[in-house]
Design a protein around this ligand. Structure first.
Ligand code: FMN
Length: 198
């Protein structure tokens, strides 16, 4: 039987593909700041093609989609680090979520615990994108840890020229959110595995 106190495996997904992305840098900061008993594996969604229901079957599913679904399926929790595009999440991230959401009722996302962070050069710290993402995840019954909110606004001043997160408040919020994500994933694990073993 698996150790019930084993580390929480997290898959980290950034919603920006560009080199020099603040959100990718924020995800890297999360990997650096991960608390005890948590492992974060970064998944690159750049190779994931546009969703096509004709290909969404066991014979035709693209390799990048298989990898995405496998990584999400093997993780216990998901960390989304997303920019805000036009008051919502970028299409690349929605597209990856759409692939991972299928088939209905057997999505690898269902039942996972998640947390959301975001960085923007603007003032509002991706708050609207994060709200939208929570709504989307609710459709898959993903339990989102909501506190503290990691809203990195004015991002150009929060990272150094090597894209290290240097803002102490932001680092502390990232640490706290990851601890809360780990604790929630552990609580859910213990209630589920404890239930089945008793
Ligand atoms: C198509 C597009 C739409 C955007 N819309 C918003 C927005 O609604 N709110 C916001 O704060 N920033 C917006 N931005 C600015 C992004 O937050 C900014 O470019 C950010 O650095 C992108 O994240 P990244 O550095 O991880 O690539 C938008 C940028 C693009 C390209």
């Amino acid at each position: 039987m698996e150790d019930i106190y084993r580390p929480v495996k997290v898959v980290g997904i950034a919603g920006s593909l560009r080199k020099g992305s603040y959100n990718r840098a924020l995800l890297d900061a999360a990997v650096e700041l991960a608390p005890d008993n948590m492992e974060i594996e970064v998944l690159d969604i750049a190779p994931v093609p546009m969703y096509n229901a004709d290909l969404d079957n066991d014979d035709d599913r693209p390799e990048a989609v298989r990898r995405l679904k496998q990584a999400v399926g093997e993780a216990e929790a998901i960390l989304f680090v997303t920019p805000e595009y036009n008051w919502s999440i970028p299409g690349v991230l929605k597209n990856a979520i759409d692939w991972a959401s299928r088939p209905v009722g057997r999505s690898p996302m269902t039942g996972k615990t998640a947390a959301i962070m975001g960085a923007t050069q603007g003032m509002w710290g991706t708050i609207r994108a994060q709200d939208h993402l929570r709504d989307i995840l609710a459709s898959m019954r993903v339990a989102v840890v909501t506190h503290p909110q990691v809203l990195v606004h004015g991002a150009a001043d929060k990272f150094d020229r090597h894209m290290n997160l240097i803002d102490e408040d932001a680092r502390s919020f990232v640490r706290q959110l990851l601890e809360n994500l780990r604790d929630e994933a552990m609580r859910r694990r213990i209630s589920l595995e404890g239930l089945f073993s008793s």
